[in-house]
Design a protein around this ligand. Structure first.
Ligand SMILES: [Zn+2]
Length: 415
């Protein structure tokens, strides 16, 4: 396609070349590349999104990787702009400090620290903090606000110089980085280097079984390259001298895990039954086999057909159809369900998106109040995870004769 794309021929976790197509996902433009009017003439490429299963270790992954310089250097997503996430991190810091009795003065390092929201809570608890995040502007701003942040990609080499300069870290945290990074082995080697003997590595990442069970395939986009489950992850840590000793399921992003790992040789935390139980459950349901993904693909296709039927019929009758939502997940859903050409415009509640145009298809993004001036006959809720609050906020749209269509997890038409 072009030089901004590379294709792996081996598994990101175990290095095996036994990769098979597990879940085809339609190629899409970069999910977050909503553009202003003055950039509408710039070409936006499509990049593959198909998910592959490693038949050796069971890891599910994209093998087509968009150059991270393109994806992350100009990253605009800021943690503190995400509702609920700051509160989540406040509790996260409380939990970690009390669970592991972390003493004031200990070092907490965060990889992919964004605007420093999490580290700031560790700082108020008396910890020394250090962030690493390649998004230059966000790193600068975090540093200016008192959370020292290096504008770098974290890896084994950087870890060696950080360990010399700052000493070992009692806490290393990485949230969603495990989904984003192509070079996970180098990152985990770096974590091993940084961790104190009794240190704990904590990470949060979307959980593959939740992505399958809850139809979260629209969380597959180019910033994410790995969709983690415990069986391959535990083996991966082991190979790199680390041990996954605990896993908690959490509700972030529709279904995630918080994992805890330590240096295998020195760590003192016993492996909890939660780890062994999740591994047994993954084995029982076959998340490391291709059959479950074939069934998932068929279920997604059935829903795509159901949505197409409603939208195509509406258009055939000359009705207007708007989409609700202008996020990264919306891009994947629009392209996978082939909706880009079937919608008239998008609305979104985030003022930062207003006036922008959706990636490549260039549907305009308008404020949701436009539902009352443009009065589309149908509103397809692309941000379907938020269907309930959206419909609650726009009861007037229904009262005035409008129809909401909710595409997932089951098609619902509300008028
Ligand atoms: Zn593998």
């Amino acid at each position: 396609m072009n030089s901004s794309l590379t294709r792996r021929d081996s598994c990101r976790l175990c290095g095996s070349k036994h990769l098979e197509l597990a879940l085809p996902i339609a190629a899409s433009p970069i999910a977050d590349a909503y553009v202003p009017r003055e950039r509408l003439n710039e070409e936006q490429d499509l990049y593959p999104l198909d998910l592959y299963l490693c038949t050796e270790c069971g890891h599910v992954q994209n093998i087509d990787v968009v150059n991270p310089e393109i994806l992350f250097r100009d990253y605009i997503y800021v943690t503190s702009s995400s509702m609920g996430l700051v509160e989540h991190y406040r509790r996260y810091a409380d939990d970690v400090v009390s669970q592991f009795s972390v003493e004031p003065g200990a070092l907490a390092l965060e990889i992919g620290s964004n605007d420093g929201s999490l580290l700031n809570f560790f700082k108020t608890k008396g910890l020394k903090v250090l962030g690493v995040d390649p998004a230059r502007r966000i790193a600068e701003e975090a540093t200016a606000r008192g959370v020292p942040t290096l504008p770098e990609f974290f890896g084994s080499k950087l870890a060696e110089s950080l360990r010399k300069e700052h000493g070992p870290a009692t806490i290393v945290a990485a949230n969603n980085v495990f989904a984003h990074a192509d070079n996970l082995a180098d990152i985990v080697q770096g974590i091993h280097t940084m961790l104190a003997d009794d240190g704990v590595f904590i990470f949060e990442v979307s959980y593959l079984p939740d992505i399958v069970d809850r139809f979260l395939f629209d969380t597959v986009y180019h910033e994410h390259v790995s969709y983690h489950s415990i069986i391959p992850l535990a083996k991966f840590f082991e190979k790199l001298g680390m041990q996954l000793f605990d896993v908690q399921r959490i509700s972030s992003k529709g279904g995630s895990i918080r994992g805890f790992a330590q240096r295998a040789a020195q760590g003192r935390h016993p492996v909890t039954s939660r780890v062994t139980e999740l591994i047994a459950e993954e084995n029982r349901r076959g998340f490391n086999q291709s059959a479950i993904y074939r069934a998932y693909d068929a279920a997604i296709s059935a829903r795509k057909a159901a949505v197409a039927k409603v939208v195509d019929e509406a258009r055939a009758r000359g009705k207007t159809v708007a989409g609700y939502g202008a996020s990264t997940t919306v891009t994947t859903l629009m392209w996978h369900f082939d909706l880009a050409q079937k919608l008239d415009f998008l609305v979104d509640d985030n003022p930062l998106k207003h006036g922008l145009f959706a990636p490549k298809c260039h549907l305009p993004v308008l404020p949701s109040e436009e539902l009352y001036t443009r009065r589309p006959d149908y509103v397809l809720i692309l941000a379907w995870n938020f269907a309930e609050p959206i419909m609650k906020r726009h009861q007037r749209y229904i009262a005035e004769g409008g129809t909401f269509v909710i595409p997932l997890p089951e098609l619902k038409v509300v008028s």
